[in-house]
Design a protein around this ligand. Sequence first.
Ligand code: ADP
Ligand code: MG
Length: 420
Amino acid sequence: MTQAPTHVTDCPLDRVRPPDPSTRSVGPVIAIDLGTTNCRVAAIHQGNPVCIPSERMEGAPAVVALGPGGRILTGHPARGQQAANPALAVWGIKGLISAPYGDRKVKWLYDQLRCKVVRGSDGLPAVVLGDRTFSAQQLAALIFIEARERAQNFLRQPVHRAVLTLPPFRKDDPLPQTMTAAAALAGLHVERNISETTAVALGAFSRRRGKPERTAMVCAWGGGSFQASLVRYAARQCQVLSSEGNVALCGAELDKRVLDLLMRKLPSGVRVAGDANNPAALYRVAGAAEFAKIQLSEQTEARVRVPFAVTQGSQLGDFDVVLTRRELEELAKPLIDSGLKMCEQVLEQRSMFPGDVDEVLLVGEQCRMPLFRQRIEQFFVQVPTYLDEPGLSVVLGASRLSTSASTPPPSSSGAPPARR
Ligand code: ADP
Ligand code: MG
C-alpha cells in the first residue's frame, strides 16, 4: 500500500492568475453549474447550447482531493481518490460555500465528510488537505479551474468569461460575491450570476416560442437539496413567484438511508471492515449503494457487491446484498411526501392550485426516480417534462445568456426565494 500524502506539492491555484482586465470582453462565455455532486459546463457551440463533457460524462464530480505525490486533484481523479482515501477528499463544496461554518442547514454534509473541516478566516468552512488549508472559495475555484480547462480543450480557445448559476439567493446574500471571487481565483470574469431556477426558465422559454407567458413549477431534486419554485416566464423575463428548498430531502440523504438499510441486511456477525480511522471499505460500500440506487431507476433489483469489504470474525469477505426497487421506494417515500408538501406550500403562498400550473419541469438527476415522476404526475395531474437531460437543464439554460452578454440581464423579480 502506498503511503498517504501529507504535503501539497502541486496545486492548480498556484498556477492560475486573476483575470486580466484586458480580457473582460474577449472570447467565448461559458456557463458553469457547480452542483453539490457534479459540475457541468456548457457553451454555445455552432449556434446551439452544448454541454461540454468530462471523460465522456456530462459533468465532472465536484470533488477536490489530495492525490499521490501531493498533487491536488479535481473531477474524476479526485472522485477516485475519495473512494480510496476519503479523509483526503472533499465534496459538497457548493454546500460549504453557501453557509457559514457550523450552519445547521449543512450539518448533513459535515456528518458525511471524512476530511478535516475547520472555520476559515472568512467565516465559511475551510478544509485541511495535507499541510494546507483550503477556504471554501478556493475549493470552488479549483472546480472552476477544471471547468475552464475542460471548456478550453473543447472550444480550442482561451476562456476568460463565465456565467455562474447559483441556488436561489436573496438580495443581501453574500453568495454571488463569494462565487465571483472564487471564479476570479480561477482566472474568470463573471458576466452574470443567475439563479438555477431562472436558468431553467430561460431554457424553457427558448423552446416555447409563441406562448407568451407560462406558469411553471420547477422541481429540482439533486444531490444537495430539494427545491420547489413557482415561476412565471415570458421572453427574457422570469419572475420567481415563490420558492422553498430543503437540504434534508437531498439525494445524498436518500443514499444515507439506503446504506443504513443495506447494513441492516447483513447477516448477523458480519460487519463492514475498518473503523472510524479507516473508513475506506465503508466508502466503497457507500459508493456501490449509490450506484444501486441509480440502477433502480431502470431496473427492479440491484446487487450491491463490494469485494473484501466485510469481516466475519477474522475472515475477510465480500459485501453482497440485494436491494429492490420496492425497498428503495419505501425509503424515498417520506422524502417525496415532504417534497410534494413543499410544492403545495409554494402554490399556497400564491393562492394557487396544482391545476393552475401550465407545466412541471423536473431538474436534477434524482428526478429520474420513477416513483418521483409518478407522484408528481398524480399531484399536478399532468405529465412532468424534462427540458433536456434533467442534470443539464440548468447549465444549458444559463448558456443561452452567454450569447447575449451585452444585453440587460433577465429580470428575476418576485418574492425572494428561500435559500437552500
Ligand atoms: P447536483 O446538483 O447535486 O450536482 P445532480 O443533478 O447531478 O445534482 O444529481 C445528483 C444526484 O442524483 C445524486 O444523489 C445521484 O445519486 C442521483 N442520481 C443520479 N442519477 C440518477 C438516476 N438515474 N436515478 C436516480 N437518482 C440519480
Ligand atoms: Mg444541480
